[in-house]
Design a protein around this ligand. Structure first.
Ligand code: ATP
Ligand code: MG
Length: 187
């Protein structure tokens, strides 16, 4: 088989690194998302899909997953807490998100260390600066009110690698790796 045919036949997954909320945090985020959807219309994200993307890889050969795990294992960042206290809109009004007005320092370090480790292993990432946000409504009809939203605190003990799979009701996500946040290497 020519190389290009072999590459095309190789199994692939659409993957990304993310923070995933625990069930109580996901429930609080979803409740807030419902309020936004009531006010602005559009399609509410399902509670089980709520996440914050750290690095999007997209279509990736399965044979490259060990390199992703290796990059993730390089990260040395302490656990932190996000306070999601603002909402915003992108793409006109269509995407509504919740985010922190003061992202904690470890979150920026996490995205930067992970991005560097991934680029060093040849993965292409988007060049726009990291903008931490949780998409909660798609195809909204109106922008959100300028008023602040009730703050939701999200404790972050770990980050995950997720496979995104398309279903008839939108994307489904499957965790395929998890790394705890730790300040120092264990020795
Ligand atoms: P769907 O695309 O099926 O409507 P989705 O956008 O939630 O659903 P994916 O497209 O697999 O699912 O994206 C997974 C995550 O990565 C989402 O948080 C999405 O916003 C983010 N993402 C997707 N494409 C990019 C990209 N090119 N750059 C940065 N982040 C991206
Ligand atoms: Mg998408």
């Amino acid at each position: 088989m020519p190389d290009s045919a072999a590459a095309a036949a190789e199994p692939r997954l659409r993957v990304f690194f993310a923070l995933w909320p625990d069930a109580p945090t996901a429930s609080r985020l979803h409740r807030e998302a419902r309020q936004l959807q009531r006010a602005c219309g559009g399609r509410l994200m399902r509670q089980d899909t709520i996440h914050l993307t750290l690095a999007f890889l997209g279509d990736t050969p399965v044979s490259r997953l060990p390199a992703l795990a290796e990059a993730a294992a390089q990260v040395r960042v302490p656990p932190c807490a996000l306070v999601l206290d603002r909402c915003g809109n992108w793409h006109g009004n269509r995407v509504l998100w919740l985010g922190p007005s003061c992202p904690p320092t470890p979150l920026g370090l996490l995205a930067a260390q992970l991005g560097k480790a991934l680029r060093e292993r040849g993965f292409a990432l988007e060049k726009r600066p990291f903008a931490p946000h949780v998409t909660v409504v798609r195809n909204a009809l109106r922008p959100p009110a300028a008023a602040p939203v009730p703050a939701i605190t999200w404790d972050v003990p770990a980050f995950v690698l997720v496979a995104s799979e398309r279903g008839p009701d939108g994307a489904h996500y499957r965790e395929i790796g998890r790394w705890p946040l730790i300040k120092e290497a264990a020795n």
